[in-house]
Design a protein around this ligand. Structure first.
Ligand code: GLN
Length: 490
């Protein structure tokens, strides 16, 4: 086995692909290396709900056959982690909730189907905040996940498990979902690359619904090239998701090295206001200066005046849609069912009482209230109007700029336990990411520095379906810096 394999920390998808193609390693060897690594670090980080040993090894064997016949794609034979809210046929899909603790889907999500067609190796299902509601993975009803950069700190959420899996080298890449920041915020907290594509770019079919008008699946990877490779595979129209968009999928790797000449970048000042950690703001300003050196034209004084209303609008729209989506957990169709009664109403009530955790219940109650007759216009409808204003504001900004850049999070990762009892503080940790979901535009978070040994993420936001532009900006920065090469010592 090649020397590079003994240090799986270093392998990206494109490096692993070269090794597989030139037969310096087999997919079975690569998969075993990851499985061993999982055994070693999982007791410390708790990133995985399920490890799919047998499935992974049988997929790896098949991948090796494909490779031997010369029929391989960039993801063939490479181990991936799937967030536990994407349906995997025959493999438990819990959403990190008691409600779905024993749910085994009879079908694959479209993204999983696409990975399987590409010959990927599914190595496990990763932990998350229950039903993707949270910013720290502490809301998992199963167990919390720890940040590999400091085990006392949160990895971010709700895709904490997938981000940690990539950062701690349990797998080479992962899929997460992002409703208000759940890919980008944990990517920033764990110093990996994470992208939320444009709403409609990637099929949501088979993703357990949280907020259908905001949810989007995307990659968590070790570098920008890998992000482009995964997006190549998962993007595209899907007749089973009526919100997926029938635009052709470009080869996202083609744009990466095309340079920053003529690129116009705006820096919205509302993302650098009081309450944001000074070291984080300083690191992002330094990163933007680097892009300026690399040829981008930067306007440092852009204003998006509706930004302060995004959080309030988000936390009105999100519970409203979630309360409707989660009505399906009634103890009858699937999932947990309270057994000790033959009274239908009692069964329904107790199923939801014991099946859902506190954050899920909080949102169902808030949403039910906001949607009720007499309150709908005052709360939900008003939030939808604010949403339109925020969208328009982004549209206007993108008439002048190719991309907007902000910190991914207002702070570095916080301590486990610090915010669990204060939902409002927890909500604030997505203040930089959730406006992007409201606008439906794409954004990527890439490693951009450290403060006291803790990661800082930079968020690059683009106009709808301009993933190529934000990838190329991210790539130029990555080539000029070493942040993404630093690995946690675990
Ligand atoms: N933290 C945000 C929330 O709790 C975002 C979650 C997400 O993107 N899934 O809603």
């Amino acid at each position: 086995m090649s020397a590079i394999i003994t240090d799986p920390n270093r392998l990206t998808i494109h490096e692993a692909h070269e090794l597989l193609k030139t037969r310096q390693i087999s997919s079975v060897e690569l998969t075993r290396t990851c499985l061993e690594r999982i055994q070693q670090v999982e007791p410390k980080v708790s990133a995985l709900v399920t490890v799919t040993n047998e499935l992974a090894l049988s997929q790896a064997e098949k991948a090796d056959e494909l490779i031997a016949s010369g029929d391989l794609s960039p993801l063939t034979g490479i181990p991936v982690l799937i967030k536990d809210n994407m349906c995997t046929k025959g493999v438990r899909t819990t959403c990190s909730s008691k409600m779905l603790e024993n749910f085994i889907p009879p079908y694959d999500a479209t993204v999983v189907e696409k990975l399987n067609e590409a010959g990927a190796v599914t190595i496990g299902k990763a932990n998350m905040d229950e039903f993707a509601m949270g910013s720290s993975t502490e809301n998992s009803a199963l167990f919390p996940t720890h940040n590999p950069w400091d085990l006392e700190r949160v990895p971010g959420g709700s895709s904490g498990g997938p981000a940690v899996g990539v950062a701690a080298s349990e797998a080479i890449y992962a899929l997460g979902s992002d409703t208000g920041g759940s890919i980008r915020q944990p990517a920033g907290f764990c110093s990996v690359t994470g992208m939320k594509p444009t709403y409609g770019r990637v099929s949501r079919y088979g993703l357990v619904a949280f907020v259908s008008s905001l949810d989007q699946i995307g990659p968590l990877t070790r570098d920008v090239t890998d992000c482009a490779l995964v997006l190549n595979t998962i993007a595209g129209y899907d007749p089973r998701d009526s919100t997926s968009v029938p635009y052709p999928v470009p080869d996202y790797t083609q744009c990466l090295a095309t340079g920053l000449d003529g690129i116009r970048i705006g820096v919205p000042k509302e993302y650098f206001v009081e309450g944001r950690q000074a070291e984080v703001a300083a690191a992002i300003r330094a990163a933007i200066s680097k892009l300026e050196e690399l040829g981008a034209r930067v306007d440092w004084e852009v204003s998006l005046p509706h930004t302060p209303y995004a959080l309030a609008a988000y936390y009105m729209i999100v519970p409203s849609e979630a309360s409707a989506n989660l009505a399906r957990y009634d103890g009858v169709k699937y999932g947990f069912s309270y057994p000790e009664t033959d009274n239908m109403w009692e069964a329904l009530e107790k199923t939801r009482q014991y099946g859902f955790g506190p954050e899920v219940k909080r949102r169902i109650m808030l949403g039910t209230y906001a949607l009720s007759a007499g309150y709908y216009d005052a709360w939900y409808l008003k939030a939808q109007k604010v949403r339109t204003l925020i969208r328009q504001e982004f549209d206007q900004a993108f008439e002048k700029f190719d991309a907007l850049i902000t910190p991914t999070s207002p702070t570095v990762p916080f301590r486990i336990g610090d915010k669990v009892d204060d939902p409002l503080q927890m909500y604030l940790s997505d203040v930089c990411t959730l406006p992007i979901n409201i606008a439906g535009v794409p954004a990527i978070s890439i490693p951009a520095g450290f403060a006291e040994g803790l990661p800082i993420g930079m968020q690059i936001i683009g106009k709808p379906f301009s993933e190529e532009t934000i990838l190329k900006i991210a790539y130029a920065f990555e080539q000029a810096t070493d942040w993404h090469k630093q690995k946690p010592n675990i």
